[in-house]
Design a binder for this molecule. Structure first.
Ligand SMILES: *Cc1c(COP(=O)(O)O)cnc(C)c1O
Length: 244
C-alpha cells in the first residue's frame, strides 16, 4: 500500500511538472511541444519508473552506468534512455552493449570520450547515437564539461571525426545545489550560437539541455529544449552507497 501511494505521487508530480513546462514555454511564446522532459530516475526503483511509463512517459535519465545497466533490461525497449552527466571512457563499451537502444548521451566532455562512443556504436552496428556536449558554464572545477571557449573545437571533432555520433547540441549543469543562475544559461546559449556559426548550421535544429528541479521553468524561458528533472518528480534522493 505504501509503495502504491508513493507511485501515485510520482505520476501526479510528473503531471504537475508537465503543466509548468507548458506554462513556462507559453510565457515566452515558445512551443511547449519542443521541450522534452527527462525524468531523472537515478537511485529510484524500477517500480516507480514503470508507473510513469504506464502513465505514458517515455523519456528517462540515469547518471550511474551500473544503475542503468541493471535497470534497462528490466524495462520496455521503447524507453528513451538518456545517459546524463560525466561518463567514464572505460564504461562506454558495456553501456552500449547492454543498452543498445540508448537514446542520447548528455555529457560528452572530451574528444577521447567522443572517440570511445563512436567506436562502441560502430561495434554494435546501430544507428548514430545522439550526443550533447557538456559545457562547464559555472567555472567550478568540480564540474565536468569543456570550457565555453573549447566547445566549438569539440563540436567540430564530433562532426568531422565521429561518423557514428550525431551532434545534437549542448548541455550544462549550473551552479552548486542545482540552482543555476541565468548567467550559466546565457553562457550555454551563447556557446550554441558560436558552434552553429562555426559549423555553418542553423541553431533552431539544436538542443540546449539546461534546467533541473530547482530551475527548469527559468531555463525554459531562456531557451531550454531539454530539462532534466529528478527530485521534483521522484522525491528526494538517498545515497546509500558509492556508485559509478
Ligand atoms: C541528478 C541530476 C539531475 C536531476 O536533478 P534534480 O535536481 O533532482 O532535478 C539533472 N542533471 C544531472 C546531470 C543530474 O545528475
Amino acid at each position: 500500500m505504501a509503495a502504491q501511494a508513493m507511485e501515485g505521487v510520482a505520476v501526479t508530480a510528473l503531471r504537475s511538472v508537465m503543466g509548468r513546462v507548458q506554462q513556462a514555454a507559453e510565457r515566452v511564446g515558445r512551443d511547449p511541444g519542443l521541450v522534452r522532459v527527462v525524468a531523472v530516475s537515478k537511485t529510484k526503483p524500477i517500480s516507480l519508473i514503470r508507473q510513469l511509463y504506464d502513465a505514458g512517459h517515455r523519456c528517462f535519465g540515469e547518471n550511474y552506468v551500473q544503475e542503468l545497466l541493471d535497470k534497462s533490461p528490466q524495462l520496455p525497449d521503447d524507453i528513451e534512455w538518456h545517459y546524463i552527466g560525466h561518463l567514464q571512457t572505460n564504461k562506454v563499451k558495456s553501456l552500449l552493449a547492454t543498452v543498445p537502444h540508448l537514446s542520447m548521451v548528455e555529457g560528452v566532455d572530451s574528444q577521447k570520450l567522443a572517440n570511445h562512443l563512436d567506436r562502441a556504436v560502430s561495434a554494435i552496428g546501430r544507428k548514430p547515437l545522439e550526443v550533447l556536449l557538456q559545457v562547464n558554464t559555472s567555472g567550478e572545477t568540480s564540474k565536468s564539461g569543456v570550457e565555453p571557449l573549447a566547445c566549438v573545437e569539440l563540436a567540430k571533432h564530433v562532426k568531422s571525426e565521429c561518423p557514428n555520433l550525431e551532434f545534437r547540441g549542448l548541455m550544462t549543469i549550473g551552479m552548486p545545489d542545482y540552482s543555476s543562475t541565468p548567467e550559466n544559461f546565457k553562457t550555454l546559449s551563447n556557446c550554441l550560437d558560436a558552434v552553429c556559426k562555426a559549423l555553418g548550421i542553423a541553431e533552431e535544429q539544436f538542443e540546449l539541455s539546461m534546467g533541473m528541479s530547482g530551475d527548469y521553468e527559468l531555463a525554459i524561458e531562456m531557451g531550454s529544449t531539454n530539462v532534466r528533472i529528478g527530485s521534483t518528480i521522484f522525491g528526494p534522493r538517498e545515497y546509500p552507497k558509492k556508485q559509478g
